[in-house]
Write a protein that binds this ligand. Structure first.
Ligand code: NAP
Length: 296
């Protein structure tokens, strides 16, 4: 079993994003040294930033000096920009080529990496009349690209649900209209949402690093919600009315195109797949999470 110590060094790819920023704080609080691999040089308090250029397969190998843990989060944001063919290519290549660069680097240098925790998505269940969903294909190729790293170290692939954080991501987008009294469910509102509070996700990543787990695991809270239930709870916690009719999925598709599938489709994960032995979630229900994030 690996234990993080104050002298441990952790490399985070995509560390400047929503999840990376939070996990870096947890690590720094433990006294752990944190390196980022980023596309741009910038000052980040408490972190040493190294450059990589995924497209040109170049990486500053000093980023891996003394590193025992890699948290691999880098990838173009699936919630930003319309999914044109070129955007889809970017969403894929930023993940697949980033993973390949890490794998190739680990196979060409001597390193001390003991564990890699790599992000993935939970995927979505297509509606009966849907074409295959891009988001599922993305998750497949993304996971396949990091698997070869198992030849060099322990790997945990974390299939993460919708991350709830008050610093951005899905919650910020969903709660905006609710705060204005203009909240509404999307589609029939019954789509299942597997979600996780950012705090629990960070604790889970640390748990995955330190416990003897490997392979594909789910980063989702024990109790899922639905689109309508989440909007209703937000409105109730914020004391806002919920009076608008549900927004038909087709309208969202007209506005967002294929990207609308993220909110019009849901995913249910079986309880036994979600289970983590010896890990206690702080936020098991979406109500507890929303109260914490929207009122504290
Ligand atoms: N947030 C969620 O609800 C959620 C759910 C499931 C899975 N995930 C996955 O978990 C990972 C981290 O999520 P997040 O919410 O922290 O993402 P995020 O806020 O979008 O941050 C991702 C980071 O990846 C790097 N990046 C962005 N575009 C890139 C590109 N074209 N090529 C290479 N690197 C690029 C950026 O770091 P630099 O600018 O420093 O390079 C960025 O800060 C992502 O891969 C995401 O798909 C997130």
């Amino acid at each position: 079993m690996y234990k993080l110590k104050p002298q441990s060094k952790v490399l985070v790819t995509g560390g400047t994003g929503l999840i990376g920023t939070s996990i870096a704080k947890h690590l720094i609080n433990k006294g752990v040294q944190v390196n980022y691999l980023s596309r741009s040089s910038r000052q980040v308090e408490g972190v040493q930033v190294f450059l990589w250029d995924i497209e040109n397969e170049s990486i500053d190998e000093r980023a891996l000096d003394g590193v025992e843990v890699i948290i691999h989060l880098a990838g173009a944001n699936v919630g930003q920009g319309r999914w044109t063919e070129s955007r889809k290519k970017e969403l894929i290549q930023s993940r697949v080529n980033g993973s390949k660069l890490l794998v190739n680097t680990l196979s060409s240098i001597s390193h001390q990496v003991k564990v890699v925790v790599a992000a993935s998505g939970i995927g979505l269940d297509p509606q009966p009349c849907d074409e295959p969903l891009f988001i599922n294909d993305l998750a497949k190729v993304w996971e396949a690209s990091i698997l070869p790293i198992e030849e060099h170290t322990r790997l945990v692939v974390l299939r993460i649900g919708m991350v709830l954080s008050n610093r951005g991501g899905a919650l910020k987008k969903l709660v905006g209209p609710v705060r204005l009294g203009l909240g509404a469910a999307i589609g029939n509102g019954d789509q299942q949402i597997e979600w996780i509070h950012i705090e629990d996700l960070c604790r889970l990543i640390l748990f995955a690093i330190e416990e003897d787990v490997k392979g594909i695991r789910y980063g989702v809270a024990p109790i899922a919600t639905t689109n309508y239930d989440m909007i209703k709870k937000m409105a109730s916690i914020l004391h806002r009315p919920l009076w608008l009719p549900k927004i038909p999925g087709r309208i969202l598709e007209l506005i967002l195109g294929e990207q609308a599938s993220i909110v019009t489709n849901g995913k249910q994960i079986a309880d036994h797949e979600k289970k983590w032995q010896n890990f206690k979630f702080r936020f098991e229900s979406v109500r507890e999470a929303l109260i914490d994030l929207l009122t504290m």
